[in-house]
Design a protein around this ligand. Sequence first.
Ligand SMILES: Nc1ncnc2c1ncn2[C@@H]1O[C@H](COP(=O)(O)OP(=O)(O)OP(=O)(O)O)[C@@H](O)[C@H]1O
Length: 282
Amino acid sequence: MSTEPEKVMNKASVIEVAGLTKEFGRTVALHDVALRVEPGEIVVLLGLSGSGKSTLLRQLVGLETTTSGSVRVLGEEVSSLGGRRLRALRSRIGFVFQQFELVPSLTVLENVLTGALAELHGPRLGLWAYPKRLKLAALGHLDRVGLLDRAYQRADTLSGGQQQRVAIARALMQNPQILLADEPVASLDPESSDQVMSLIREIAMEAGLTVVCSLHQVDLALSWADRIVGLRHGEVVLDTSVEGLSKAQVMEVYGRVATSTSELEAITVELAESAQQQTVVS
Ligand SMILES: Nc1ncnc2c1ncn2[C@@H]1O[C@H](COP(=O)(O)OP(=O)(O)OP(=O)(O)O)[C@@H](O)[C@H]1O
């Protein structure tokens, strides 16, 4: 082994959450959550629908107020930030969503360029309105995600997997230190899901990005993450490296204990189907 883990340990945590509780009226979405994420870690959040994954991700970028507790990201206490300082923090964090959130009528290149709007302090209309250096950077990111040849096509003419790759290129325009992804492959078929997740992992490793990503697919999480954090009813019930972690142990996050391989497979299929239904509904 190299000295890499030692180097990581010496740096400050990128994300430090302590005693975080978030209530929506009577619903306790997160309860006393603690989480530390070190630079360059790739963490997957797993848990049933409603377990608090999206709420936790949203808290990391101050999209919702906290009820109590502390959320420190890149050394900043998120709840104490407002206006310009919150925007500055968010500009260092890329966010990828389940539904891609592209502007369908714009070209792929323009969609990627919108990732630089924070730097430009305002909206731009048309490609000509962006500086050449940003256009070159956007084309470079499109090349990285394998879509350079689609740069001048409308975004809505691409497949789901391609659109998510555009969304990743858009996030890269921010030169982020952290990438948050909220079920980035929930709308994709298994092959595209594998491609998108592999791409995120490769890019994260190249750029030393820290990644926190919610997923519904246990197999994908086990093959893709460094570490899995399991949430149940808003509480962290598992937080461990994937090394040596079995699928049966992960299933306990879902309150399911499998006593045989066939039972494990049946539970996996059931969870995948229930996640799929949630996706169709949402
Ligand atoms: N804006 C809101 N107003 C009221 N309740 C909310 C709000 N956002 C989330 N909740 C509730 O908080 C709980 C956690 O929701 P959250 O979306 O974080 O779960 P999740 O694990 O991301 O679910 P999914 O996998 O379906 O996306 C749920 O009970 C949900 O109904």
